[in-house]
Design a protein around this ligand. Structure first.
Ligand SMILES: [Zn+2]
Length: 179
């Protein structure tokens, strides 16, 4: 298929598609188009890679992947979500400054959390809810779970024991909203 889009126009559409700022009609049109268009498909793939690399360089201890429209954030090494930890800043950047709306935060490698860390989690949660998003946490250790319970945060942000269960819970929530 010969693409009728101009290069500049293609770059703009892809940038806005990845930032989720296209309106529903434009998303539908682009998704219907790029799978059959080698040029747009390749450009989209490269843009996605660049965006992922940029995120990795800004947040070296935080990995980011997509699964079925859900962004999953996971620490690469053990991390503390405490007042002076640089991971707090990385988490803020990943959640508050990105346009992802369905986010899972994997706390499996988080060994310690304090009030600053809990505050940051709540900040991420509020940000997503304000933007019609959803946030889930998974793999929190016993100590982190205890603090989440103690502070009442677990009522808003229950911990899921694994990623698959958390991913499935998004679909359940969606089904509830639609019915
Ligand atoms: Zn195209």
């Amino acid at each position: 298929m010969i693409c009728k889009k101009e290069t500049i126009q293609r770059e703009q559409v892809i940038a806005r598609y990845l930032a989720r700022t296209l309106d529903a009609g434009a998303v539908e049109e682009f998704e219907g188009h790029y799978l059959g268009c080698d040029e747009c498909f390749e450009e989209l793939r490269v843009s996605e890679r660049l965006a992922a690399d940029l995120r990795a360089s800004l947040s070296p201890n935080l990995s980011w992947k997509q699964n079925g429209g859900v962004s999953i954030l996971q620490f690469r090494h053990t991390a503390e979500l405490t007042q002076s930890a640089k991971e707090l800043d990385q988490l803020r950047r990943e959640v508050l400054e990105q346009s992802d709306s369905r986010v899972i935060i994997d706390l499996g490698r988080v060994t310690k959390i304090d009030s600053a860390g809990l505050g940051q989690l709540m900040g991420c949660y509020s940000h997503l809810v304000r933007n019609a998003g959803v946030m889930k946490i998974v793999n929190a250790n016993a100590e982190v779970c205890r603090l989440l319970d103690m502070t009442g945060i677990s009522i808003l942000l229950p911990n899921y024991n694994d990623e698959q269960t958390a991913l499935r819970s998004f679909d359940v929530t969606d089904a509830d909203t639609k019915s």
